[in-house]
Ligand binder design. Structure first.
Ligand SMILES: [Zn+2]
Length: 262
């Protein structure tokens, strides 16, 4: 994953952050003379505050009062800080400095589960997820050999749910006489999000047939027009293709270096 580089001035505060999809974060201090002041506390203990975004900074006394464990330290030049998945943290510079940060997401059930949790939370809050988890899961299933059983089972569950949703939607559309046009996803086409509620729209896109061509999810499209007047429905993957990908997705056994039946 590409590193992020920050050049900061004394007393500069970074906004509070819990990383997208709760990835891990590595901070490397690259300046010889300056230091970074860092503060973070663990996710489950500050869960009630997770929805805040932007520039809110904690009042330490409030955290102490609520018995939220807080770790506060100065990152010295050359120090590497590992912020675990889900940890809410704040950074403030105490001098001129530059620092580099990487978001890293090891492919484990722990990481995947955290990412799915955050994805679902974003949906509830009406926030767009930076990581399109559905598209990502299909891509992982197609391209990566998964050897952790729990991760494999979780991914399979997500894929099955998406398959069911797509199939039910297509059946309903067919029954209602709505035309669905196959328009294959281009190789590097970005994931789609609903222009109204910001959820990821996978495979079946409800697009306004005006000049704006705005993508909607089914719910928002139907809220606009019950019988989908003013929309064209596009399908990006033929169902047979998705079923095949699902069936070909196997738990990979590292020792024997071969895939096994689920
Ligand atoms: Zn929507």
């Amino acid at each position: 994953m590409l590193p992020q580089v920050f050049f900061v001035f004394p007393r500069c505060k970074g906004g509070n952050r819990q990383l997208f999809s709760k990835t891990l974060r590595i901070l490397l201090h690259g300046n010889e003379k300056k230091v970074i002041h860092q503060l973070y506390c663990s996710n489950n203990l500050i869960g009630c505050c997770i929805s805040f975004l932007g520039s809110w900074w904690p009042i330490l006394e409030d955290l102490y009062e609520e018995r939220v464990p807080v770790y506060r330290f100065i990152q010295k030049p050359g120090d590497l800080v590992w912020v675990n998945a889900g940890a809410v943290h704040w950074v403030q510079a105490v001098g001129w400095c530059n620092n580099v940060a990487w978001n890293v997401g090891p492919l484990t059930e722990f990481q995947y589960n955290m990412a799915v949790e955050r994805y679902e939370w974003n949906k509830l809050q009406g926030n767009r997820s930076i990581v399109p988890m559905i598209l990502l899961t299909w891509n992982l299933a197609r391209n990566i050999k998964i050897s952790e059983k729990k991760l494999y089972e979780h991914m399979r569950q997500v894929l099955a749910r998406v398959l069911k949703y797509c199939q039910v939607t297509l059946d309903c559309l067919k029954e209602a006489g709505v035309t669905v046009t196959l328009q294959r996803r281009a190789e590097h086409e970005a994931a789609h999000y609903c222009c109204v509620c910001e959820i990821e729209v996978f495979n079946i896109l409800f697009v306004t047939n005006n000049k704006k061509h705005q993508v909607h999810c089914q719910d928002c499209a139907r809220k606009t027009s019950d019988d989908l007047q003013g929309f064209v429905v596009l399908q990006q993957f033929p169902m047979e293709e998705l079923y095949k990908m699902y069936n070909d997705f196997r738990l990979y056994q590292q020792s024997s270096s071969r895939a096994v039946q689920p």
